[in-house]
Ligand binder design. Sequence first.
Ligand SMILES: [Zn+2]
Length: 411
Amino acid sequence: MTLHSDDQLKDDSYATGYPTDSIDWLRRLIGFDTVSRHSNLALIEDVQAYCEQLGLTVDLTFNDAKDKANLFVTVPAGANADEVNHGLVLSGHTDVVPVEGQDWTTAPFTATIRGDKLYGRGACDMKGFIACALTLLPQAVKLSHAGQLRRPLHLALSFDEEVGCLGAPLLLADLKARGITPDYCIVGEPTNMTMVVAHKGVAVYRCRVHGQSAHSSLTTQGVNAISYASRLIGYVDELADEISGRDDNDEWFDVPYSTLSVGTIQGGTATNIVPNLCEFTFDYRNLPHMTQDDILVPIKAKVAELSAQMQARAADTGIELLQMEAVPAMTDSDSAELQALIAALTDDDTRHKVAYATEGGQFTNSGIPTIICGPGSIEQAHKADEFVALSEMARCDAFLQKLLASATSQS
Ligand SMILES: [Zn+2]
């Protein structure tokens, strides 16, 4: 069956006014400016209307401000097209990173094809995959109507992935509440259509060191916030060194151990004032077998020790440690069956592990074995002139065609 057969266009599983191929879908999706700080509702409503034309019912979960939504939709399976549980989820985030300060040679929110590449914000990260998945839907619906879909196919679109994977947990909680337990998930982040079976987790912390001001000639009357911050930073670096030297490293990762890195620091107002405030941030990227507690327990102990020293000198001083962001690592322990399926579909059983975090960790954490596999390269993500190679879109289309075929009773 081809996607553009006249047959299909006459079928009721065709949505009027919507693209019928993945490139046109990608153009349409890039046209929505879904930078994370903006609402994604225009895109979500457009996809919702498309799904409804196909006879599907979408479930939306909103942020508190109700200006962003996740969308979850199921193409049911079974002879009566009424099975909605189990099955496979195709997952993508709808938000994209900003374009300010980047030197674009094309309009970022207008898809531009030059040569064998399509340029635009989100082209590879990750509207390309969503475009391919949306293109597949009418065909899946047609098979569903014919009673030929053996297991449901779900599509999950999230918001606020790029600012800490804030949307997906709401969608996952909603699924749990509705008793829907998908068997597998494919997150279509750009991997050049190779199989990523695990990634590190990431947690971001902000540390506020509250000291006490004094004239710099009277240091004994002050508590130097920068000095105490520097002791804590020194400790974070020592801990990073200790972790890197452990014998449980995973050589599949580019950096085979968990990392800690101080990223920003602010403090002080003038050279002749003992500073009363110093703030710094650091991030922790943990191997799947390590948890945030592995660093939090020792760091909190150090914070308590330093705070006690500060408070012995002035009561109102001390150190606050705030978690800003936490995305769990994605483990590969439960996904052997899924990996075998992906290896068959891509004709490539090479497994990769990556350092960047995705929503995949949240899916695995809620008990859904997940792999990352999508068109385009992470090398082009977040950059000026982001693009996806047209050949990658074609590979993703072919991959999803095979995936659908594997889920039909004719196969
Ligand atoms: Zn992404």
